[in-house]
Design a protein around this ligand. Structure first.
Ligand SMILES: NC(=O)c1ccc[n+]([C@@H]2O[C@H](COP(=O)([O-])OP(=O)(O)OC[C@H]3O[C@@H](n4cnc5c(N)ncnc54)[C@H](O)[C@@H]3O)[C@@H](O)[C@H]2O)c1
Length: 273
């Protein structure tokens, strides 16, 4: 049996829930030592207790430089280094139906967590990696950062920023053996959507949005957090050693295009007549 991440040390921000929690479990299964970084101390500590000595929790607000520096120092002190930095923590902001009514009240916090958090995580991890033989930095963007669309405009702006920042960082850091890539999840059932709609999980607007996403998605089955975790294992491992500066959508084909394009039916009708 081979372990894709044997003896690598990884940090997963936003590791106490959703996609991050799945990544923590996958990284551990592949032989890594993992630091869970999150503001949710209850869940982070519960995971630390459950997952054993190869896993540790460190309270971290990714929008604060001193917290992120303490986090990297903690990983190095606890497990002896840092090979993989998964900057995954994120918040959605609030959903407004249209631009003209949006007061952008969520702008500062969303940009701080989703964009500045990624920038700090990349920079501070890279300072360590540069002196220690390189590493892999994985930044979570979103299909909302790739595609224009309605609602969550601060979020879209932040996630688009993550892509441009990460590609620039990939160029800047390549000479030190540091790779920087993005994963763009789409339509993964976690708490982030219900925190945007304000619904109880999987009810009302939240489940209506999930239905719309499913209809507009070429692959007709639901993805889950392990699909994103698998992508993170690949980008964290040496199998992706020649890969840097990419955005990997893990979205059931949503960004490929809408399968409900009426052109197909129209053409079939025209050719039949
Ligand atoms: N679920 C999806 O379909 C989807 C789609 C596109 C992008 N994403 C992105 O994936 C990432 C993970 O989201 P998720 O779906 O697992 O959501 P989630 O809400 O389940 O998990 C987010 C985690 O981030 C933590 N967090 C929030 N603010 C933080 C901060 N300041 N510092 C540290 N941790 C913080 C939360 O406590 C939580 O544990 C986010 O960046 C999100 O934008 C998710």
């Amino acid at each position: 049996m081979t372990f894709e991440l044997a003896n690598k040390v990884a940090i997963v921000t936003g590791g106490a829930a959703g996609i991050g929690a799945a990544a923590v479990r996958h990284f551990l299964k592949e032989g890594a030592y993992v630091v869970i970084a999150d503001i949710n101390a209850d869940q982070g500590e519960a995971m630390e207790a459950e997952l054993g000595p190869d896993c540790a929790f460190k309270y971290t607000d990714v929008s604060k430089r001193s917290d992120v520096q303490d986090l990297v120092d903690f990983a190095v002190a606890t497990f002896g280094g840092l090979d993989i930095m998964f900057n995954n923590a994120g918040i959605s902001g609030t959903m407004q139906p249209n631009l003209l009514d949006d007061d952008f009240a969520d702008f500062e916090q969303v940009l701080k967590v989703d964009l500045l958090g990624v920038m700090l995580g990349t920079q501070i991890a890279a300072r360590h990696m540069k002196e220690n033989g390189g590493g892999s930095i994985i930044n979570t963007t979103s299909i909302g950062g790739m595609q224009a669309g309605c609602t969550v405009l601060s979020y879209r702006a932040a996630k688009a920023g993550v892509i441009h920042f990460s590609k620039s960082a990939a160029i800047d850091l390549a000479e030190y053996g540091i790779r920087v890539n993005c994963i763009a999840p789409g339509g993964i059932p976690t708490a982030i959507l219900s925190s945007a709609t304000g619904d109880a999980e999987e009810s009302g607007t939240t489940s209506a949005i999930r239905r719309i996403i499913a209809e507009d998605r070429p692959l007709k089955f639901d993805g889950d957090t392990s699909d994103i975790a698998n992508a993170a294992v690949y980008l964290g491992s040496d199998r992706s050693r020649y890969v840097t500066g990419i955005v990997l959508p893990v979205d059931g084909g949503i960004t490929a295009g809408n399968p409900r394009n009426p052109l197909r039916a129209m053409l079939a009708e025209a050719m039949a007549s």
